[in-house]
Design a protein. Structure first.
Length: 293
């Protein structure tokens, strides 16, 4: 089954079967998910949430599901995010773009609120290159569980409020060194009715550098402008730096990451500062077992 046909089946099933189950959820009385539940991980985190046209690891499930088909590998990865001594989120997952025509990424993430509540997200992403063309399409869905307070559960509520979330994306290789991509996100979400959209481009130059530019929209308004630079320093070392400007907030932030890699293993660390002039800052560390072509 081609991904285009699967997309129709997936979205129709999600809308017809899953979404009505959550139709009784009242948005007004719901605690929004912990922010770390949906923040960027992996290579996208080191690009400050960017990389719409270039991210190809498990974080492509969020950044642009079409990116899952950019590489040829099987990878099992895990990652944690923390600030000071507090672990904010833990994620683990697997990607397979080597064994089948349709690339897939499956992951689970747990995020902890200051109160101790734990929210969970399970994500599945699929991507396919259309024939021998330079055009890649992708689709991803989330199943989000937001933990209710003790008071809510004492009054008879279930442990979790639940919602689906749907995103899709495309990537096109203009040439060997130039890619463009687009992503749309936030569909069917019962907690956050704001849809987000992103346009991105990536340019390879000088043999070792890749620059990426991204423009992110909230609904129809430009929200953030992002810039990232990746240095493919050695076969075993990637370095990334990035910055973002909030068009509405007028605030600047940034991130930096280092990846040590081989044909069988990947280890990476990312430092993120959402607003340069303010605390806090965050650390993320991850590792993966990789089989690559």
């Amino acid at each position: 089954m081609h991904l285009s046909a699967f997309c129709v089946l997936f979205t129709s099933t999600l809308s017809a079967v899953v979404f009505p189950c959550f139709s009784g959820i009242a948005h007004a009385d719901a605690r929004v998910p912990v922010s770390a539940l949906n923040e960027p991980f992996g290579a996208s985190a080191a690009l400050f949430g960017g990389g719409t046209a270039i991210v190809g690891d498990l974080s492509a499930t969020d950044a642009n599901p079409a990116g899952l088909a950019l590489s040829k590998e099987i990878a099992i990865t895990g990652e944690a995010k923390w600030a000071k001594a507090n672990v904010l989120a833990v994620e683990a997952g697997v990607t397979d773009s080597l064994m089948a025509e349709i690339a897939a990424g499956l992951k689970a993430r747990t995020a902890t609120e200051a109160s101790g509540a734990k929210d969970r997200r399970f994500s599945l992403g699929l991507a396919e290159r259309l024939g021998e063309s330079a055009f890649v399409v992708g689709l991803a869905g989330d199943y989000i569980q937001v933990e209710r307070s003790d008071a809510e559960r004492a009054s008879g509520g279930k442990r979790f409020r639940e919602t689906p979330r749907l995103r899709g994306g495309v990537i096109y290789n203009i040439s060997e060194t130039v890619l463009v991509g687009a992503r749309t996100d936030g569909w069917l979400d019962r907690y956050d009715t704001t849809t987000s959209h992103a346009l991105g481009a990536a340019f390879g130059f000088a043999g070792h550098f890749v620059a990426n530019l991204d423009l992110v929209f909230a609904n129809t308004k430009p929200d953030r402008a992002l810039f990232g630079l990746t240095l493919l320093a050695k076969d075993y070392l990637d370095l990334r730096v990035s910055s973002g400007y909030g068009i509405e907030s007028k605030r600047n932030g940034g991130a930096a990451g280092v990846t040590l890699k081989s044909q069988q293993f990947r280890l990476y660390y990312t430092f993120t500062k959402p607003v340069f002039s303010q605390k806090p800052f965050f650390h993320q560390v991850g590792a993966g077992i990789v089989v690559a072509m």
